[in-house]
Write a protein that binds this ligand. Structure first.
Ligand code: F1P
Length: 359
């Protein structure tokens, strides 16, 4: 493991902290280019959207598919690009048309590019790419592309590219569904998240400094499961710690065997399933887990059962609040990696994109 050079992590830290203003720049660029309006007009109302990606971009796809279905009322799901390439019969239903949406920061990950080639050239299905990279193999193959250029980043781990591509997909869903209330809520998120970043980052760093954990668990339901999955990836990538993600209620069915004070359980509490998820929090606290809780409007029980609590109070629809939960996971990964002396900007064994040898 590359031992932290002085300042190891400065680039990733700067990209995490740049998110609110980066989101504003992305919304302005999307408005100016009219991309959202033009692409929304091309998306057929009667077919399922199939989000496809790898790594963090697969977790964006999971979150985007869930919020797309909640915003538009139309079916959407997510698959890793490898699943489409290796088991197409499990992913594509010959009798049912779909709108593939391929998500990739770089636009050059081999599996995503091959998935686009397969869909466009072998299945003759028009694809839409969402990417921070222009003139890359993916947007060269795809019929349409939604560029989120201001969000591109230097670091290996995805942070602002994740949140910005997710917000762009949600803005597209709001346009497709003609939900101006959702679109207006999205535009209110940057200011509130700037305040949260400014007030919470030191508290999260102090919490990480005060605790040492053997295991990290991230729990989320619905659209927050993709964020829980990204949380486990951020801790793994940035601090080489052992982390897992589960649907909150699933954690009782066996995995809770690992619970103890050295286990940090991060609860991403939704609004619509709050009562059921809070019961799991109360149970795990009674098993002496250490708990980090993120909720939009936590109640007394959540405050009582949280070793660390972050209240988001986002004035936006629940189906587009996920970036608020994400930032906590990113900061936890950053500060844990720095505390363990790792160069978070150059994680072990990782490259910015996975490029496979030509077939
Ligand atoms: C996706 C990805 C990243 C991961 C690593 C390798 O790349 O898997 O999520 O952190 O950097 O690449 P992309 O297709 O979104 O460029």
């Amino acid at each position: 493991m590359s031992v932290a050079a002085e300042g190891g992590g400065d680039r990733t830290r700067a990209e995490i902290f740049s998110q609110p203003q980066c989101w504003r720049a992305c919304f302005e660029a999307l408005e100016k280019s009219q991309q959202i309006k033009k692409l929304a007009a091309k998306i057929r109302p009667d077919i399922e959207c199939l989000f496809i990606g790898c790594g963090s971009s697969y977790y964006i796809s999971q979150t985007a598919a869930a919020s797309w279905q909640l915003i538009t009322g139309r079916p959407a799901r997510a698959v890793p690009a490898s699943e489409l390439l290796l088991f197409p019969e499990l992913v594509l239903d010959a009798g049912r048309k779909c709108q593939p949406i391929l998500v990739s920061r770089s636009g050059s990950s081999s599996e995503v590019v091959r998935a686009a080639e397969y869909l466009e050239q072998q299945r003759h299905i028009r694809t839409l790419a969402i990417s921070c990279g222009e003139h890359q193999p993916l947007d060269e193959v795809s019929s349409d592309a939604l560029y989120v250029l201001p969000a591109d980043e230097q670091s290996v781990v995805m942070t602002r590219s994740f949140s910005s591509m997710l917000l762009a997909a949600q803005a597209l869903a709001a346009q497709v569904a003609n939900r101006t209330d959702i679109a207006e809520g999205l535009l209110r998120i940057p200011a509130r998240m700037q305040a949260i970043l400014d007030s919470a980052h030191a508290r999260i760093q102090e919490f990480v400094e005060r605790h040492t954990f053997a295991d990290y668990v991230f729990l989320g339901q619905g659209p927050l499961f993709g964020i829980a999955s990204e949380g486990q990836l951020k801790i793994s990538e940035m601090s080489c710690s052992y982390a897992q993600a589960f649907h909150t209620m699933e954690f009782r069915h066996g995995p809770k065997a690992i619970v103890g004070p050295e286990t940090l359980i991060t609860f991403l509490l939704s609004e619509s399933a709050y009562a059921e998820e809070r019961e799991v929090l109360e149970e795990m606290k009674s098993l002496s887990a250490t708990t980090l809780v993120v909720a939009n409007q936590p109640d007394g029980s959540a405050r009582q059962n949280a070793d660390f609590l972050l209240e988001l109070n986002l004035d936006a629809a629940e189906c587009v609040r996920q970036v608020g939960y994400l930032i906590v996971c990113q900061l936890l990964g950053l500060y844990t990696g720095l505390k363990k002396g790792y160069d978070v900007d150059n994680p072990r064994n990782l490259t910015r994109a996975v490029i496979l040898a030509c077939e």
